[in-house]
Write a protein that binds this ligand. Structure first.
Ligand SMILES: [Ca+2]
Length: 378
């Protein structure tokens, strides 16, 4: 269970990453504080030179404390059975990544409303790419869906949101990113455990440190598994002996499906539905822990509540009492085991429906109606 819970990233964190990337494109300040200059300094160069400057990108000064921390880490890794040769290659020249520290500190500064987050995630570009990949991998998707019982549209939506089908989120070598956070981040014991899992992956899968790429937060591969989740749930679906979630669509899709099944995915159960509320509806009836049958919700005035009465549905008001309302099923809760953010699970659900061309929330949805043009992600 801890694997599922520990994998979560909040929408704030995701949004922080996006905005962090946008922020990284901003030009650097052109002036240097006078105290830092000598009188002999030439005038500042024209701004184009500044664009190429990556602030403190590499090679911070040698940090003896970090080196002894690494040695201690290596001792623990050896007790887990990780080979010396793997450790030597993986830890050679390892340094904290300043960019990772920056991202980690910035994450709480960016807050997006759920509606805005979903609009950004469910872009026309992603819907088109989702359908293209659906056609490209039609046979494979059918095999995976038959074996695991997870709709292929949900798998495509996860693949799209996590990495744009492998185009994004592979920026950092995650051993470096995890070491940075384990050494100086805010959740050191969590990241240390993930770092040891990453070293185990290098050892078991005969990978090099550079092969294991992912996000600054340490999730890796095209469906963004934390290393501990990889070890527990990744699947070799094409049978070549490697669980390759970085390159191999069969392994990527089956690993995502296996994760959801192990998290409790129920075959044939829809995520839920957008609903409207009667005038004077009591917003205190909302919340994931307040589950009622469809007929109970209808009695409370939610007339769109449908489905067999053995279902338990929870009402969500993600943007507050005046925003959109959703009744969500147990499979929506399973998506929350992938990522604890309600905004994330809504985005996956909405994108899956649109890739499948069966949207239950149409143009009239409060999520999609008011946006003049869908936001493209970089
Ligand atoms: Ca494989």
């Amino acid at each position: 269970m801890h694997h599922f819970a520990s994998r979560g990233f909040s929408s704030l964190l995701v949004a922080g990453l996006l905005l962090g990337l946008i922020g990284a494109c901003k030009p650097l300040p052109e002036t240097i504080p006078p105290a830092a200059k000598t009188t002999a300094d030439p005038p500042p160069p024209a701004s184009p030179r500044l664009i190429a400057v990556e602030p403190a990108a590499t090679a911070p000064p040698e940090d003896p404390a970090f080196q002894s921390w690494l040695e201690e880490l290596a001792r623990e890794a050896r007790t887990l059975g990780i080979r010396d040769s793997t450790l030597a290659a993986a830890l050679q020249g390892l340094q904290p990544l300043p960019q990772v520290v920056t991202h980690s500190r910035q994450q709480a500064e960016f807050v997006l409303a759920t509606s805005e987050y979903v609009r950004r995630m469910v872009s026309e570009h992603r819907i088109r790419e989702g359908r293209r990949h659906r056609d490209l991998h039609a046979n494979l998707l059918q095999e995976v869906e038959e074996k695991f019982g997870v709709p292929h549209s949900v798998l495509l939506a996860l693949w799209a949101i996590e990495s744009d089908f492998g185009q994004g989120r592979m920026r950092y070598p995650i051993v470096d990113a995890l070491a940075t956070q384990a050494y100086q981040g805010r959740r050191q014991s969590f990241f240390r455990k993930e770092l040891l899992a990453a070293l185990t992956i290098l050892d078991q899968e005969h990978l090099q440190r550079e092969d294991l790429r992912g996000s600054w937060a340490g999730a890796t591969g095209q469906v963004q598994f934390l290393p501990s989740s990889y070890l527990a749930y990744a699947v070799d679906f094409n049978g070549d002996g490697q669980r390759d979630i970085w390159n191999e669509p069969a392994d990527i899709l089956a690993s995502a499906a296996n994760y959801l099944v192990r998290a409790g995915w129920k075959k044939g159960l829809n995520w839920g539905m957008e609903v409207s509320r009667p005038a004077g509806f009591d917003p205190s009836l909302a919340g994931l822990d307040q589950r009622r049958s469809p007929s109970e919700w209808r009695q409370l005035g939610i007339r769109e509540a449908s489905g067999p009465d053995d279902r338990s549905l929870a009402l969500l008001l993600p943007d507050g009492a005046t925003g959109p309302a959703f009744l969500v099923s147990d499979n929506f809760r399973t998506l929350l085991r992938w990522n604890r953010s309600i905004a994330f699970a809504l985005a996956v659900s909405q994108l899956a429906e649109r890739i499948a061309e069966q949207p239950t929330t149409g143009a009239s949805s409060s999520f999609f109606a008011e946006t003049p043009e869908k936001t493209r992600l970089p």
